[in-house]
Design a protein around this ligand. Structure first.
Ligand SMILES: [Zn+2]
Length: 329
């Protein structure tokens, strides 16, 4: 296959990804975020199937189905057997799984974490093996590694609020090596939209092609001048945080999408929802969920006069391009 995206059930033609939800969560079984806030626990396969069905139903308005990029990285509660069970139960769904790392805070106390003990090259090899062999069934939470057949198709890089810690810098170096080696793109977590520019600049310095980097959750920094500076490095933006009214109204995200589109950056923007808590998912009783871009935002953009071709890029084709792997299978 010349061009492909790496889903957990195999490599596919990127054009089959349909609506691409570039940052979301269907399964998370314990780990640091759940310790910090138990609402992060997403261990129920039946609920995940229900949530994914809402997403696929909404996606059918725009394409044949949809893809959830499940951005749970190493040692943060990945359970690929459960995720594959969800994928197989939902026709029209594809899932891209992540390797890489979250921000240091999520790993709680990190002096004895393996990231602090291993070399950058050893860490990079673990990420490469997740991508080329299969993700560890035990999520790199212990010394025994037992690889599933489910490979990662994206790498997560994450940083703290207003700084990049030493731990996060080491993770970033390993992620850059793994991305360059495998041709798999990097999708980041910024904390409240800070350090997005530094993430792009640092990873480009480490040799990652700018157009294989997407700076994530960046909508929180609803400052178009700042967002443009990131885009001018050649990197992409990933905009999510849908219906997170406690932080900002949705009109801010729509404004960012409109203004960046008008300024000519519309080919390098991804949409996610990051509904990574039970409180953000319909299956657990919320009024919005993983389907939000396809069911609410897409129709809203059309109603607000966006060019339908641009809406299609944001929902579908940009993600299909970004998640294309740059190496032969
Ligand atoms: Zn997330």
């Amino acid at each position: 296959m010349a061009k492909f995206a790496r889903t957990i059930l195999g490599d596919v033609d990127p054009a089959t990804l349909g609506v691409v939800n570039a940052h979301d969560h269907l399964i998370r079984v314990g780990a640091g975020e759940v310790y910090i806030d138990a609402d992060h626990q997403l261990a129920d396969v039946d609920k995940a199937i229900e949530e994914a069905n809402y997403f696929v139903d909404a996606s059918k308005r725009w394409a044949d189905g949809g893809t959830v990029v499940d951005m749970c990285p190493a040692n943060c509660g990945r359970d690929l057997d459960k995720l594959a069970e969800v994928n197989r139960a939902v026709p029209g769904l594809q899932v891209i799984a992540a390797t890489g790392f979250h921000r240091e805070h999520v790993y709680l106390e990190t002096q004895s974490h393996w990231v602090s003990r291993y070399t950058v090259d050893q860490i990079a090899q673990l990420l490469i093996d997740d991508i080329t062999v299969g993700i560890d069934r035990h999520d790199y939470s212990g010394p025994i590694v037992d690889r599933t057949e489910y490979k990662a198709g994206v790498i997560k890089v994450a940083t703290a609020y207003g700084k990049i810690t030493k731990f996060e810098r080491k993770c970033m170096e390993a992620c850059a090596i793994a991305s360059i080696e495998t041709g798999v793109p990097i999708n980041t977590h910024t904390t409240y939209g800070t350090c997005g520019l530094e993430q792009a600049q640092e990873m480009i310095k480490l040799g990652v092609p700018a157009d294989q980097i997407a700076i994530g959750h960046i909508q929180r920094n609803a400052d178009v001048y700042y967002l443009q500076q990131i885009l001018d490095t050649g990197a992409w933006l990933e905009i999510d945080g849908t219906y997170r009214i406690k932080y900002q109204p949705d009109s801010n995200r729509i404004m960012e999408l409109r203004e960046l589109g008008e300024k000519g950056y519309g080919d390098r923007i991804l949409l996610g929802t990051d509904s990574g808590k039970r409180g953000y998912q319909k299956a657990y009783g919320a009024v919005t969920g993983v389907d939000y871009n396809a069911s609410v935002d897409g129709p809203r953009m059309i109603a607000e006069g966006f060019d339908p071709e641009y809406v299609n890029k944001l929902l579908c084709t940009n993600g299909q391009r970004f998640f294309t792997v740059r190496k032969e299978a």
